[in-house]
Design a protein around this ligand. Structure first.
Ligand SMILES: Nc1ncnc2c1ncn2[C@@H]1O[C@H](COP(=O)(O)OP(=O)(O)OP(=O)(O)O)[C@@H](O)[C@H]1O
Length: 316
């Protein structure tokens, strides 16, 4: 089996002439948490459902765990939490898990313990005997997560796993995802919550209007110039003129008691020492030099709002 757990080659799905996802090629290495991102309607769920064999691709190919899709073998080792799910609400949480255990062939021996552990894992251990109709949305999402984990899958597809959860629940699911990764599982995570994706994923793919825009380690996808906040005193126009080659742009943020703070744009972070040297060479008093850290949201917005779509494929 290759190093890639999920592979797609130009996977395409059209719905009656409307694009669902188009020409998406990607490779997900084993053991990573892979963030699959895109605005509403970008084609994330379509891509996942196509990979899972729930809908037929119009063209292109894919494989999970080395098995071409759709494959019964790979489904056996895959857990899936769909975005829109509805469970029989007359069942209790435990009954639902027993039903799913039957469906995915979990052996009867040890089943009670497995279900008990799963309920504990998703924070529902005291609510397993209650009917699902009495569950809150967040509890329904937790029981869905437990269903996805039944059968101890090697690969998990989680479509918006925290959309109904409160901040505590989100933190718990983040921790659960990290634990799953520690156990060697591969997690394919669709989410709009970029701050969450940022904290659990290194690898991401961003799609828009059905097409892949970019993929790779999100910290390396930054194509935005470096921004630095500086607080100085004694700055003159002469200084800015002298540093034209270095400072690509500047914006004054504040001014008080002879000091001023600026947001300065440099071509990259290698230029920060040069900026500091330039400031001191001009005998300016430097109170603060703080590079602005880019978060996943900055990077997402950059790639989604830029004019031309360029694929930067990085499978490391
Ligand atoms: N069953 C369907 N029939 C027709 N069009 C569909 C169907 N499912 C999705 N689409 C269309 O395909 C496109 C991609 O939808 P999809 O649900 O895959 O996007 P998404 O990125 O998962 O969106 P969201 O973040 O809002 O869940 C949208 O234009 C959507 O309207």
């Amino acid at each position: 089996m290759g190093d890639y757990v999920i592979e797609a080659d130009r996977l395409t799905k059209w719905y009656d002439g409307n694009v669902g996802c188009r020409d998406i090629s990607l490779k997900v290495p084993r053991g990573v948490v892979f963030g699959f991102l895109g605005p509403n309607g970008a084609g994330k769920s379509t891509f996942v459902r196509t990979l899972l064999g729930l809908i037929r691709p119009t063209s292109g190919t894919g494989s999970i765990l080395g098995q071409p899709i759709p494959s019964v073998f790979s489904r056996d080792k895959v857990g899936y939490l769909p975005e829109l799910f509805r469970y029989p609400d007359w069942m209790t949480g435990k009954q639902l898990l027993k039903l799913h255990a039957d469906l995915c062939g979990v052996s009867r021996a040890g089943r009670t313990k497995i279900i008990h552990n799963l309920l504990e894992r998703v924070g529902l251990h005291q609510r397993g005997d209650e009917k699902i109709r009495g569950y809150s949305k967040g509890m329904q999402q937790r029981i869905g997560l437990a269903c996805a984990l039944l059968g101890d899958p090697e690969v998990l597809f989680l479509d918006e796993p925290t959309s109904a959860l409160d901040p505590i629940g989100r933190k718990e699911v983040r921790e659960l995802v990290s634990t799953l990764q520690d156990e060697g599982k591969t997690v394919f995570l669709n989410s709009h919550l970029l701050s969450e994706v940022e904290s659990v994923c290194n690898h991401v793919a961003i799609i828009d209007k059905g097409r892949l825009v970019v993929q790779g380690d999100w910290r390396k996808l930054s194509a935005v110039k470096t921004e630095v906040e500086v607080t100085i005193s004694g700055v003159t126009d002469r200084f800015w003129e002298a540093s034209q080659g270095l400072v690509l742009n500047r914006e004054q943020l504040d001014q008080w008691e002879g000091k001023s703070s600026w947001r300065v744009t440099l071509s990259d972070d290698q230029q920060i020492p040069a900026l500091v040297s330039e400031l001191t060479a001009h005998k300016l008093e430097v109170y603060q030099v703080t590079p602005k850290k880019q978060n996943l949201e900055d990077i997402f917005m950059y790639w989604i709002t830029r004019k031309e779509n360029v694929s930067d494929v990085d499978h490391r």
